[in-house]
Design a protein around this ligand. Structure first.
Ligand SMILES: Cc1cc2nc3c(=O)[nH]c(=O)nc-3n(C[C@H](O)[C@H](O)[C@H](O)COP(=O)(O)O)c2cc1C
Length: 208
């Protein structure tokens, strides 16, 4: 065994999503953020293209996201369709959050690797980052709001024309107990093709 299986399994199961409203005011230091990002860069990457790009918003920089969230939402849905409650929630999204990581993807310049693979590599990076957050006792949430497709958001994250916004990750120390969660048991989502069972198709929503 190269690693402590019990520790690795516990870390994976302990990873939880925390909304930014569930953060305390405790500051997330830059060196910790760097460790989180470094974990992201160790994700698998088809052709070693390393398509992940991170834009860290902290301190004064947070104003871009604080002002952006309600504005981008209103732009996306159109002024006539703004839901005031949602707008108000977005206005206060960062009240207790002092670190937002913009997640971006920039595809391979030579076009050798499919956009899909580049996006998957970024998703793998986000998972690594989230696990590293968990190890530090940091809550985090990867969000993919519909408005992230707006050119303004891409601009705010400093991504090039061919880049893509893959979401916003809120990071902070939780102001609440670490929640438990659950997952379907393996037999709901796995079919063994090894002669031990009659093959059955996978179900859209597994039942007992
Ligand atoms: C690709 C992706 C996009 C997500 N986008 C959002 C989002 O926009 N808003 C949100 O509240 N949670 C989002 N989540 C987080 C899920 O809500 C969360 O993972 C789920 O509730 C399970 O909780 P857990 O992460 O604590 O296990 C996203 C998760 C993934 C993998």
């Amino acid at each position: 065994m190269r690693h402590n299986l019990s520790d690795v399994g516990a870390l994976i199961r302990d990873r939880r999503s925390f909304a930014p409203e569930q953060f305390s005011s405790r500051r997330v230091h830059r060196d910790v953020v760097e460790e989180v990002l470094r974990a992201g860069t160790w994700a698998a990457t088809h052709g070693m293209t390393q398509p992940w790009r991170f834009s860290v918003f902290q301190g004064e920089g947070l104003a871009v996201i604080r002002e952006g969230l309600p504005m981008w939402y209103a732009t996306h849905v159109g002024e006539d369709h703004v839901v005031e409650k949602k707008l108000e929630k977005l206005r206060h999204r960062l009240d207790a959050c002092n670190c937002v990581i913009g997640i971006g993807m920039v595809p391979d310049v030579n076009g050798r690797i499919s956009t899909q693979d580049e996006e998957w590599a970024v998703a793998a990076a986000v998972q690594n980052m989230h696990l590293m957050c968990t190890a530090y006792g940091l809550g985090a949430k990867w969000t993919t709001p519909k408005f992230m497709t707006l050119p303004k958001v891409k601009e705010a994250l400093g991504l090039p024309e061919d880049g893509k916004v893959m979401g916003l990750m809120y990071v902070g120390y939780p102001n609440r107990a670490w929640p438990k969660s659950h997952r379907w048991p393996l037999e709901f989502v796995t079919r063994w093709h090894d002669g031990t069972e009659e093959p059955r198709p996978h179900e859209q929503k597994p039942t007992v």
